[in-house]
Design a protein around this ligand. Structure first.
Ligand SMILES: [Zn+2]
Ligand SMILES: [Zn+2]
Length: 136
């Protein structure tokens, strides 16, 4: 990837720009990520909150993770696209939904988390780490 990335929601009301490369890239197979986005798993590029510039209004929804942390998911109130989430355990780190990023050819997940919850039909790369739950 060049330097950073940009993206937008389905309707274009929410846009974002990140000036740095992701610190971590992963797929999550947990029930909450599945349900919030409607896909059988979710792909994230994790970035520092200070590097992500957002334009447009978002709504958020909070839920508790199985380890008792609060997960806040931000989404476009117009079209419903999931934009990013924040975990109270590490609030300075945001997980941006890779599906919204322009030209995300560089995306290479480094791990599958909650791999124990994945649907049997979802293939995972045996070359990268798979965690039963969150990354260790
Ligand atoms: Zn939208
Ligand atoms: Zn998840």
């Amino acid at each position: 990837m060049a330097e950073g990335f940009s993206g937008h929601c389905l309707c274009g009301a929410v846009r974002f720009q990140c000036d740095s490369e992701p610190m971590f890239q992963a797929n999550c197979h947990c029930d909450d990520c599945r349900r919030s986005g409607g896909g059988v798993y979710a792909s994230f590029a994790f970035v520092d909150a200070t590097d992500l510039k957002m334009v447009g209004r978002t709504h958020s929804f909070q839920s508790l993770s199985d380890t008792g942390n609060t997960v806040t998911r931000y989404f476009c109130p117009e079209c419903g696209s999931q934009i990013y989430h924040q975990n109270s355990k590490a609030p300075s780190r945001l997980g941006v939904r890779v599906g919204l990023i322009e030209s995300a050819d560089w995306f290479r997940p480094q791990a599958n988390v909650y791999a124990s919850r994945r649907l049997p039909s979802t293939p995972i790369d045996p070359e990268i780490k798979a965690f039963d739950k969150m990354r260790g």
